[in-house]
Each structure stands twice: as C-alpha cells, then as structure tokens.
Design a protein around this ligand. Structure first.
Ligand SMILES: Nc1nc2c(ncn2[C@@H]2O[C@H](COP(=O)(O)OP(=O)(O)OP(=O)(O)O)[C@@H](O)[C@H]2O)c(=O)[nH]1
Ligand SMILES: [Mg+2]
Length: 626
C-alpha cells in the first residue's frame, strides 16, 4: 500500500480531490474521519492499494500534519489556481521542504482560473528553494480551460465533465507555448541528470521513457516539485495525477529509510466507550495485534471501516489500533521498544491562543485533569499549563476554531461542560527608593514570651535581579542562628507588596537588632523580618511592573513590513526583521511586547497575514507599567 497526504490551504479542494481520486475506478472508497475532520480514504487503483490522508487547511490544523506527513510516501500540495493564494500555500511549502518529502503540486480549480499557470508557479516559487516545474499546461478556448497538454508525452487531452479526458490534436495556437514549457521542464530535469544534459547540449530529442525516469528520480529525491493541474470538482486531470502517483511515488522502503521507525501514528482520536484509536502505518515487518510497539503490546487492529479485524500489517499497510492506549501522537515514530525522537520539522507552532479552562461544575476538576492529557496525546497542537497567579489550568490551542473543537470533544466524549476565561499577565511590584526600618516583635502571653528586634536597610536592585539578602550585624546583636529566620521572614513579605503583587528587585541588609536569652526564637525573628520589610515597603512606596516578552514572529516576507505599525500599535518595540535563513520567502521579525498584548497580537497577526504567520514568545524582563 502507498500512502499519500493531501495538504493545502483551506478551501483549496483537498476533500474534493481525495474523493475524486478515490472514485476513479468506480468502487466506493472506504473513508474514516477522525478528530478534527482529519480523514483517511482507502481505495484501489489499477490493482494496487492506496490510502490518502487529509486534514482541513488553515493554521489551526497545521500541527496535525507532522505525523501525517511522517507516515506518507509522498504529498500532494493542493493549491487554488490563483496567484493571490500562493502566500496561503507558503506554510505548506515550508513544511514539505523541511520534511524533504516527495511533493506533487496540484493546481486545482483550473476551471475558474483567471491567472496564467506560469504566474501561479512563479508566485509559489517565491516560497520554495527547489524548482517547481510544470508537467502540464492548460489548453484554453474562449478564455476557458478545455484541456491540458502533458509536457513529457506531448499529448493533448480534452476535458469532459466527470468523464475521462479524450486525446485531441495539439491546437496550433499553443504549440509555441508548449515547446517553451517543455524546454524549461527538460532544462530543469537535466540539472539532475548527466545523460539528459548531454542529450540537450547535443540537441538530441530525449526518449519519453527516459524523461519519465528522470522525473521520478528528482521527485523522489525532492530535487524538484512537479506541478500538475486540473479540476477536482469536475473530475478533470484526476487520471493524470493518479497515474503520476502510481508511477512515481516511492514505496514504503524509502519512507522507512527516511523515518527510521517500525510504524508511525498518523492520525488519532478518542471514541466514547472505546477509548483511544490511532491510525498506524507499518513501515516494516512485525506490526501485529499482541506484538510490541512503543514498549507495550498492541491491542487489536481494525480496518478503516472501524470494524473488520486485521491481523499483522504488512510493511506499508495501515490500520486503526483499539485498546492500545499507550500510543501517542506527540511521539508518533514508534519502534518496538520506544520511539524515534521527532525530527525538528515536526514541531508544532506554539499554542498561542491561551485561556484559563474551568469546569462549570467544580466537582469535575479531577475529571478534567484526567481528560486533558488524553487529548494532548491525540492532538499535537495543544499545550497545557498552569496560571501562576491563580493555579488554574491554562489550555493553549492554535486558535479559536481549534479551541471550539477541543471544547466540543471534551463535552461530547468526556461529558465535561467547560468555561473559559482570559489569562491575565502576571504583574509584579518593586520599590522606588531606600529606607532603614527598625521593628520589634514582642508578645507576652502566659508562658514563654516572644521577642525579636531587627534593623534592616532596604534598597532597590536592577531589573531582573530578584531578591538579595545580606547582613552586617556586629557583636552578636542578632545571634547567627537567627539570621536565616530574618531572611525567611523577609522572603515571606515579598509574596505580596502594598499593591498586592509579588515583589521583585530589592535588597535587604540586616544591620542590627536585639535578642532575648529566653524569649527569642526562630519564629519571633521571622515575624520581625517580615513585618520590618512590609513596613519599609509601605513607607518607600512601590510601582507596578509588567512582564515584557521577546517575540519572534515567523512571517512571509511580503507581510513583514506591515508588522511594524501593528506591533507599535500594541505598545511593542520593534527590534527588526531579516530573512529567515531556514525558509525561503520568510522573515523573522523580532519585537519586545508587553505580555498583556500577546492575545491581541495573536488576533491581529492572523488578520494581517491571512493566518500564515506564527510566533514564539518568551519572558524577557519586567518594566514599569505606566
Ligand atoms: N470551481 C471549482 N471548485 C472546486 C474545485 N474543487 C473543489 N471545489 C470547491 O471548492 C470548495 C472547497 O472544496 P473542499 O474540497 O471542501 O476544500 P478543502 O481543501 O477540503 O477545504 P478545507 O477542508 O476547508 O481545508 C467546495 O465548494 C468545492 O466544491 C474545482 O476544481 N473547481
Ligand atoms: Mg476538506
């Protein structure tokens, strides 16, 4: 069996394309939809088994593509036939580049294309360091695409709605364009093949079979990305694409060599009453019910119909695991004993849409705490944390749609009704001047009394220095063994300053004090230390500090210039931007932003970059809040 992922922006026609390819031979394909509308479709084509994996487009679904691509022999990047849409394809081009997967570009919706195919390819090329080469060009009549010419076989095909294309004569009007496009394709191919290069230099016409062979080689090495075209909804170009896949997609041995695992978990879900199910793909012998995978035995394996029990999976085959709770999509490259660590390209974008999550019914706390880690195992785009201020659960998702999907799942499968609340950036406070403070703690109540007297000097420290405690006590005024208690008391006072926030960046020096041979104790000196600092802080006065994050935004270069006003508008400070050496057509834009602005940054960035940009934020420093 060969497995191919279909990826691309939202509404590009991926689901339509999967359906059209799977029904080419008329039989009803078997489709199984998992969490978040990711789908697997199984079908036969020319006597061979195929599976297509597909997830909806958009940033919310991007993290799901990592495991899917790892399980695939090749990928079809489905792009709408308009130059404007190229930037929406940039995140996908970036991913297939980083994964170095054999990649076909399918230019869909050719029936309503306004832009020239060569311009669409040029727009995509801005985001792809490897050459994108047209394998076909459209044949137009009265402004409509009526068919396509294959540049390798030089055969012209006339489209028919939902029926096979028929051979037609190459129209006179397109001959020059065809020759030019073919020459361009051959030149690109010759860059990777000596024999073909020699033939071109010597002006010999290469054999069709030889050109196909070189095309297959460059696809499999990810040297070039071939572009085909058609219309999924009209069933045009489907046979050509499927035949290219059949001839050129490498088999599972190549995928095994690339991934280095025994099996890959591609998609996953939790099903009410049944528990977790993971769509696994065997890359080698030895994946079977009862056999060890990822350190424990596989339960049962069923077909994508969800019912038919399967035995051992042959290399390349897929199945849904049942009663195999230990498999997770966060580390989906399974060996018999454990996992192969995820390669870098599989890392999901930071889950920057973060909210506090609370059960509507307080009694559900424990069930929520049990359910969330289960979701993390089937959804690589989620993150979990704790709000330091309130101790409440913080759920990070890829965006509002993703969050909705997760909340729906928690309600439907786990019976949990949840409320969300915004996450408030944690503030601190610090002092603005110095003071000396003497404090005497004394209590006489019945038995043993309490006595401690301290003199402290309080002074501000630089931002980020935290807390420093020193002592310059002379002549045992405060006995040595009580000094740590004074420090402990001072630290207690830092928990909340006069304005109610944790206090940072100040120094306390214990300079003097008094003790009593009987009534002094650790407790008494601790209380004195705490009270002395409290009073000193109240006397000096404090200012509120807000956290400032360093933000690195990964953005298609076309949008980078527009980010400066956006960042400034959110009280951020632009540090600059430059080309990302790791991704063609992308910039890294750096800024300092109040952490309180990050939710708004997430929102505005989505709008300003049509959902293509992502960012990572780390706490950089605290600064005075005005
Ligand atoms: N004109 C035209 N419309 C198409 C073509 N292929 C798909 N569509 C339409 O485009 C819309 C989106 O198609 P889908 O297949 O749902 O797109 P998708 O890529 O799966 O979208 P998401 O799952 O939301 O990411 C549907 O209304 C399709 O009927 C095509 O070749 N030509
Ligand atoms: Mg879809």
């Amino acid at each position: 069996m060969k497995v191919v992922s279909i990826v691309g922006p939202s509404q590009a026609g991926k689901t339509t394309l999967a359906e059209a390819l799977a029904t080419l031979e008329g039989a009803k394909p078997r489709k199984h939809v998992l969490f978040g509308e990711t789908a697997v479709t199984r079908f036969a084509f020319m006597g061979e088994d195929w599976a297509l994996l597909e997830a909806p487009g958009g940033a919310d679904h991007l993290p799901q593509l990592g495991p899917m691509l790892a399980a695939s022999d090749a990928v079809v990047l489905c792009v709408p036939a308009e130059t404007e849409a190229a930037v929406l394809c940039a995140p996908y081009l970036r991913l297939v580049e980083a994964a170095a997967l054999p990649t076909f570009i399918f230019i869909n919706k050719i029936d309503i294309a306004q832009d020239r195919t060569s311009e669409i390819v040029a727009a995509l090329q801005a985001f792809c360091p490897h050459g994108i080469v047209l394998r076909q060009i459209p044949i137009r009549k009265d402004g409509h695409v009526i068919g396509a010419v294959d540049l390798i076989s030089e055969r012209a095909w006339e489209y028919h709605d939902h029926a096979r294309s028929s051979l037609m004569e190459l129209p006179e009007s397109i001959r020059d364009r065809e020759a030019e496009a073919r020459a361009e394709l051959l030149e690109h191919l010759a860059d990777f093949d000596e024999a073909l290069l020699t033939e071109l230099i010597e002006d010999q016409a290469p054999m069709t079979d030889e050109v196909y062979e070189v095309s297959t080689k460059v696809l499999q090495h990810h040297d070039l990305l071939p572009a085909l075209l058609g219309s999924a909804s009209h069933g045009n170009g489907m046979m050509r694409l499927m035949k290219s896949l059949r001839h050129e997609v490498p088999d599972v041995a190549e995928t095994r060599a690339r991934i280095g695992a025994l099996a890959v978990g591609a998609l996953a879900d939790t099903v009410k009453h049944l528990g977790k199910t993971v769509l696994i793909r065997a890359l080698a012998e030895g994946v079977a019910p009862g056999a060890k995978l990822c350190g424990a035995a596989v339960g049962s394996i069923v077909d994508v119909d969800g019912k038919t029990q399967l035995g051992a999976l042959k290399p390349g085959e897929i199945g849904l695991t049942v009663k195999t709770d230990h498999l997770s999509l966060s580390g989906p490259l399974y060996t018999a004993e454990g996992i192969v660590p995820n390669p870098d390209w599989m890392a999901a974008h930071a889950a920057n849409h973060r909210l506090i999550l609370e059960p509507e019914n307080e009694r559900d706390e424990t069930r929520l705490a049990a359910a969330l880690p289960k979701l993390l195992e089937i959804d690589p785009g989620l993150s979990l944390g704790t709000d330091p201020a309130t101790g409440k659960t913080v759920l990070g998702t890829q965006g509002p749609l993703h969050l909705r999907r997760v909340l729906e799942k928690l309600e439907a499968d786990f019976g949990l009704k949840l409320a969300t609340a915004p996450l408030v950036a944690a503030l601190c406070e610090t002092i603005t001047g110095t003071a000396q403070k003497q404090y005497r703690h004394r209590k006489q109540s019945g038995g043993a009394g309490q006595f401690a007297d301290v003199v402290i000097e309080v002074s501000p420290l630089g931002r980020g220095e935290g807390f420093r405690f020193t002592e310059t006590v002379k002549g045992g005024a405060v006995p040595r063994n009580y000094i740590p208690s004074v420090e402990a008391g001072a630290r207690e006072a830092l928990a909340a300053g006069p304005k109610g926030h944790p206090v940072v960046d100040l120094a306390v020096n214990l300079s003097d004090g008094k003790h009593h041979a009987v009534d002094s104790s650790d407790h008494a000196f601790r209380t004195a230390g705490k009270m002395a600092l409290r009073e000193a802080m109240a006397e000096i006065g404090t200012v509120v500090l807000q956290p400032v994050s360093k933000v690195v935004i990964s953005v298609p270069s076309t949008y980078a210039g527009g980010l400066s006003p956006l960042v400034s508008g959110l009280k951020g400070q632009v540090l600059g931007f430059s080309a990302d050496p790791a991704a063609k057509g992308w910039d890294l834009f750096e800024a300092l932003m109040p952490a309180a602005s990050l939710p708004e940054l997430f929102q505005s960035l989505g709008g300003a970059t049509r959902g293509t940009a992502s960012f990572a934020a780390t706490l950089d420093h605290y600064e005075e809040q005005y």
